[in-house]
Design a protein around this ligand. Structure first.
Ligand SMILES: [Zn+2]
Length: 383
């Protein structure tokens, strides 16, 4: 680089290092060092969407060319390079193959079409995607931490494909916006690749990356008879840890994660299950259902047995059931007015059944087992 004080567009060659994380100021940017012929330039990159490309170039030790950068005066032997919306990066020499096998399995920036083509080995990836749709909300036990945590499943897309992404815990994510997700793990389920956030995941709102592919997520709502169910009970401690050894007749239970003995009555039962549904027309559908949706139609006592829950399911009438990607997002008493409803509707339509009016319709088999009224959902901000 020469020492011209004039802000002319230039080309810079070298190796990238010290690529910083994205900095979340009003205008997002990141920094990097460009090493060339014994010198080092500080690069400020004002194209957050190219963060992954810089990271990858650093990782595979590729020589890069930065085109159309602004390079003002050298100060104290260091030159500044500004990588703006007019700039671009290209890899001059890809030394990746020599290093790739010896590198640890770090997350790679990837496009969704590539990801969906890949073999089914679990891996860590970084993606830039648009949030297309909120598919479902639920809770589950995170394997590595044994904690029962809330999650939201989104359909996300880039310009090449779309995929389901499970985001753990409550995150500030909006449908229609673009985000950079790092360190996602791939999950294989029934031959389908999905993504999940990990404890190392960072989520950053980024500018639009162009047009995302058209997504066709099937959301179905239909009248179904519940002909089969496989309910599962799960007990958690007040700190949301799974309690594997809980015995309801025992006065206390020990949580290995909290290292605390709790009163058994302080534990919380969560129910989930897989329902076999017979629509009025068509094949039997199997779909997963979780605690909150179950409790919107069944009142479960805190000491209900597996069999009690099973019987309550069996006693349910034909219901209007909304399913998205094999997950039941809504169950409601079937009425003629709502047969045309779909899950795409405004969120307020996902209402809880009013207990007083609906009481007679449930007719639980043994009133002694269930509380007299279906339990109201505690949090109203869900669904
Ligand atoms: Zn605990």
């Amino acid at each position: 680089m020469d020492q011209s004080p004039v802000k002319k567009l230039k080309t810079a060659h070298g190796h990238l290092c010290n690529v910083s994380p994205l900095k979340d100021s009003k205008k997002q940017y990141f920094e990097a060092s460009l090493q060339h012929e014994g010198e080092c330039s500080d690069v400020m990159v004002f194209r957050p969407e190219e963060h992954m490309q810089f990271k990858n170039a650093e990782k595979i030790r590729s020589q890069v060319t930065l085109h159309n950068v602004i390079s003002p005066l050298k100060t104290n032997g260091t030159s500044k390079v500004y990588y703006t919306h007019k700039s671009s990066i290209s890899c001059v020499r890809d030394l990746g193959h020599a290093f790739r096998n010896t590198l640890p399995a770090e997350a790679q920036g990837i496009q969704l079409s590539e990801l969906l083509k890949l073999d089914q080995k679990p891996k860590r990836v970084n993606i830039n995607v648009k949030i297309i749709l909120e598919e479902s909300k639920g809770n589950n036990v995170v394997r590595d931490r044994r904690r029962y945590l809330p999650n939201t499943v989104y359909t996300v897309a880039d310009s090449t494909g779309f995929i389901s992404l499970t985001v753990w815990c409550q995150k500030d994510i909006n449908v229609g916006k673009w985000y950079n997700f790092t360190n996602l793990s791939t999950v294989q389920f029934k031959g389908k690749t999905t993504l999940s956030t990990t404890k190392d995941t960072n989520i950053l709102n980024i500018p639009s990356q162009g047009t995302a592919v058209d997504v066709d997520v099937p959301i179905e709502s239909m009248k179904c008879d519940i002909i089969g169910v496989n309910p599962k009970r799960l007990f958690i401690c007040p700190g949301n840890h799974e309690l594997k050894d809980l015995i309801l007749s025992s006065p206390s239970v020990y949580c290995v994660s909290c290292k605390t003995h709790y009163k058994t009555t302080a534990s919380i039962m969560k129910i989930s299950g897989r329902l076999h549904l017979k629509p009025e027309a068509g094949e039997i559908i199997r779909a997963r259902v979780e605690d909150e949706v179950i409790r919107s139609v069944i009142a479960v006592k805190s000491d209900a047995s597996q069999n009690d829950i099973l019987q309550a399911f069996m006693a349910l009438p034909t219901m209007q059931i909304t399913i998205c990607n094999n997950v039941i997002v809504k169950m409601e008493k079937s009425t003629p007015q709502n047969t045309l409803r779909t899950g795409m509707e405004s969120q307020t339509s996902l209402a809880v059944m009013e207990p007083v009016e609906d009481l007679n319709d449930f007719s639980p088999p043994d009133p002694g087992i269930f509380s007299s009224q279906p339990q109201k959902r505690k949090s109203t901000d869900r669904f």
